[in-house]
Design a protein. Structure first.
Length: 384
């Protein structure tokens, strides 16, 4: 069924698929918009408003002069006449004034208006084309930039992975000789030499830890994280964590307390990786704390999972910065005079490890009051 509409200008029948009215040549879409806006006009200003294709074009008089269809004096005459008519309360368009004064004939006026509308449409088409071209150019620039960033990221992660491998080799030699010296296999040591060796051994451990973290991080960035899922007792795990963090806690004068219910089911996770995550969270909770502060490790089970929470009474994190803390190599205080040590890798890696377990880390914090990290791990199948 083909429905028809009536032209808003001449009221003749027109097809909705036509761009222009076959009778008066008016642009149907523009005319419809004009009618709609005229309906919403103040009744005083719209009184006597007559719709003509002329209303669609700006500065008709200048256009007619420019095209040498009208002389400047004739235009002035028509403009004066139009003003007088308006003063008398009769609304009159310039074209209508020109025809009334017989300064131009209807056919020429209509042709000029139609040409001007066509020119405007063409200008609009060109500007749309230009805009589309700009959008295409910008899209391709953005795609290039994205490609470069991806490539750089890949390079960075390859570099980190290669360099960590390279650093491991001399480190293996170092630990061999450190062991020989510490066990006095190469001769007995004086007290001073033993003290020096202790410092060497702890620096060695820190270096090895950093390199291991870098390596795990680069593998995780490449999506290569292998998990060895086994049943783990959280009771035993927290004991290990507390004992490994005790020296740091004592130094910082921070108390670590655990809060685990009796008969806590085993969880299923990668033991080394989850131990590492908990250590990072507890070490952060100690590091960003204050003397006399507390760190609490707690677990709450349900039938499917166990929610593990590490809460501290430390410096806290501003709400707006909570997302930043998971960015790799990023510390909230990154200034050269920063107070706390570290590489800013701990949480980035912890998040990836928890993600790889199909879970996620949540954090809530209040500046000056403390921070709370929570994540859940599945209950071991056998115990469900
Ligand atoms: N418990 C916390 N309380 C307050 N701020 C924290 C806490 N944990 C992390 N942050 C903030 O988040 C940043 C990132 O933590 P992340 O563990 O990734 O790095 P780091 O501890 O600075 O260095 P790294 O863990 O590599 O030794 C920290 O530098 C700190 O600004
Ligand atoms: Mg950390």
């Amino acid at each position: 069924m083909t429905s028809s509409i009536s032209c808003p200008n001449c009221n003749q029948q027109a097809s909705p698929s036509d761009q222009k009215c076959a009778h008066c040549g008016v642009d149907l879409a523009l005319a419809a918009i004009l009618v709609e806006s005229s309906l919403s006009l103040d009744p005083q200003t719209s009184a006597g408003f007559s719709l003509s294709p002329e209303i669609l074009v700006p500065r008709l008089g200048d256009y007619l002069v420019e095209k040498e269809l009208l002389g400047r004096e004739k235009l002035d005459k028509a403009l004066n006449y139009q003003k007088e008519q308006i003063k008398e309360g009769k609304s009159l368009l310039l074209g209508q004034a020109l025809i009334k004064l017989k300064l131009i004939d209807r056919e020429m006026l209509d042709r000029a208006v139609t040409e001007q509308i066509l020119e405007l449409q063409e200008a609009l088409r060109q500007s749309n084309k230009h805009l589309e071209q700009r959008v295409q150019e910008r899209t391709s620039e953005l795609q290039d930039a994205l490609y470069k960033i991806t490539e750089l990221n890949q390079l960075k992660s390859n570099f980190v992975s290669n360099i960590s491998h390279e650093l491991r080799t001399p480190l293996a030699h170092m630990i061999g000789y450190l062991d020989l010296l510490t066990t006095e296999a190469l001769g007995s040591l004086s007290h001073q030499q033993k003290d020096a060796l202790n410092i060497l051994n702890s620096s060695y451990s820190r270096l090895q830890e950093l390199i291991d973290n870098l390596l795990t991080f680069s593998l995780a960035s490449q999506g290569r994280m292998d998990l060895q899922l086994i049943p783990i007792s959280l009771e035993n795990l927290t004991k290990v964590i507390v004992s490994q963090s005790q020296t740091k806690a004592l130094e910082a004068k921070v108390d670590i307390v655990t809060n685990l219910p009796k008969d806590l089911p085993k969880i299923q996770a990668d033991q080394n990786k989850i131990t590492w995550v908990l250590l990072q969270l507890v070490e952060n909770a100690i590091k960003f704390n204050q003397p006399g502060g507390k760190v609490n490790i707690s677990a709450i089970p349900d039938s499917l999972k166990v929610a593990i929470t590490i809460t501290d009474t430390g410096i806290g994190i501003q709400e707006a910065k909570l997302d930043e803390i998971f960015e790799s190599f990023h510390q909230l205080d990154g200034s050269p005079s920063r107070k706390y040590g570290g590489t800013g890798l701990g949480l980035a890696l912890a998040q990836r490890i928890i993600d790889a377990h199909g879970s996620s880390i949540d954090v809530t914090s209040k500046v000056g009051e403390g921070t709370r990290f929570t994540f859940s791990l599945p209950v071991d199948e056998v115990q469900k």
